[in-house]
Design a protein around this ligand. Structure first.
Ligand SMILES: *[C@@H]1O[C@H](CO)[C@@H](O)[C@H](O)[C@H]1NC(C)=O
Ligand SMILES: *[C@@H]1O[C@H](CO)[C@@H](O)[C@H](O)[C@H]1NC(C)=O
Ligand SMILES: *[C@@H]1O[C@H](CO)[C@@H](O)[C@H](O)[C@H]1NC(C)=O
Ligand SMILES: *[C@@H]1O[C@H](CO)[C@@H](O)[C@H](O)[C@H]1NC(C)=O
Length: 325
């Protein structure tokens, strides 16, 4: 009896070792980009969303102030929360909208840094693969866009996640969205969720920030994204992600204290805003700041602290968040 018991234990331990080894070899399959940062210096970036309108709807005015604030802070890079090119993404790698909505708009010297972009739902109306194509980097070397990826910047890891394929209602609109590279959807999502979980779990960065186009929480015109509440929020929570940044709602917003220790930031004020629609009653105890207008945010990180500022179209600071590690 004792012998059998011992064999059982041995087999069990072997199994545990095997499973552990297997887990260790499952690597994160998300694309990784290394962003250089100053030695031990602060890491600073701007985040803007929902912008590409050839300068219209105050896009140029926001760009101008991004340039000024960017210079003042000495930013390392810029994050785009998606909906890069209205109204239907790019038609191809040579679409002039790329120059007219990006290169010729964000001209300030301080903005000549890498841009890290993701796709929004409007980008999915067009040729999504064009936005992901390295040919765009030859047109403007700042441009970095992938579906889901990691930017490793010193003590900061930013996880960009492609949220459009999460949204069920988009799949009912046949022909409107370009799902090339996404179908079958269930497989795309389960692979993405698996890789995202692994990357977050194995990240050794002091700060982990997640960026998606769609909000998890928002009181703006579009509101919460139920699929993200269900599928993404538990992962953010399990991995103690302190900050989630999104666009989609054309506003600036800070929601907090929703039962999870996550600051939900919306930076979707890159151009057309003033929807005049909000759902304040929904999260009225959690809403720290809401601005139904154009603007952008800055994020400055040290190993110990985060300082986040929301600016309007005049570059005026409207709201500040200070976090400690
Ligand atoms: C541009 O910004 C100003 C200041 O916020 C605002 O009054 C104006 O309505 C904006 N224009 C558009 C087209 O949104
Ligand atoms: C884009 O333009 C370049 C340079 O003119 C050309 O070589 C390339 O074939 C074009 N690509 C497409 C998809 O039209
Ligand atoms: C988040 O919410 C909690 C509770 O309301 C508050 O104590 C804390 O200061 C908030 N954090 C920020 C950064 O606003
Ligand atoms: C919001 O209200 C302003 C002022 O009444 C108006 O100019 C603007 O067109 C409205 N925006 C939308 C999206 O209806």
């Amino acid at each position: 009896m004792a012998e059998k018991y011992r064999i059982c234990i041995t087999l069990l331990s072997l199994l545990v070792v095997c499973v552990c080894l297997m887990k260790a070899t499952v690597e994160a399959r998300l694309t990784q980009i290394v962003q250089r940062t100053r030695f031990n210096g602060p890491i600073t970036f701007l985040a803007v969303g929902d912008w590409g309108r050839k300068g219209a709807f105050n896009q140029s005015a926001v760009a101008l102030k991004m340039g000024e604030i960017g210079a003042k802070l000495g930013i390392d890079f810029v994050v785009s929360t998606g909906d890069n090119f209205y109204k239907h993404g790019l038609t191809g790698v040579n679409d002039s909208a790329f120059t007219e909505s990006f290169t010729k708009i964000y001209t300030a010297r301080s903005l000549q840094r890498p841009w890290y972009a993701i796709l929004g739902n409007h980008d999915y109306h067009g040729n999504t693969e064009a936005q992901l194509n390295p040919a765009l980097k030859r047109r403007d070397r700042r441009w970095n866009c992938h579906r889901s990826y990691i930017v490793r910047a010193g003590f900061l890891d930013i996880f960009f996640i492609d949220t459009t394929p999460f949204v069920t209602k988009y799949f009912a609109k046949v022909n409107k969205f370009n799902w090339k590279g996404i179908l079958p959807r269930n497989r795309y999502l389960s692979n993405l969720i698996r890789d995202f979980k692994t990357s977050l779990r194995t990240s050794k960065a002091t700060w982990k920030i997640v960026v998606g186009h769609h909000p998890v929480r928002s009181i703006g015109a579009r509101g919460d994204t139920s699929e993200l509440l269900q599928l993404l929020l538990p992962i953010l929570q399990a991995n103690k992600v302190p900050i989630y940044i999104n666009g989609h709602d054309h506003c600036l917003e800070h929601i907090n204290n929703t039962g999870v220790p996550i600051e939900f930031l919306t930076s979707g004020g890159g151009s057309r805003a003033w929807s005049n629609v909000s759902h304040r009653e929904r999260l009225k105890n959690n809403l720290k700041f809401y601005y139904d207008g154009q603007g952008f945010i800055s994020v400055q990180l040290t190993r110990r602290a985060a300082n986040i500022v929301f600016y309007d179209v005049y570059g005026k600071p409207l709201h500040t968040i200070n976090l400690k590690k």
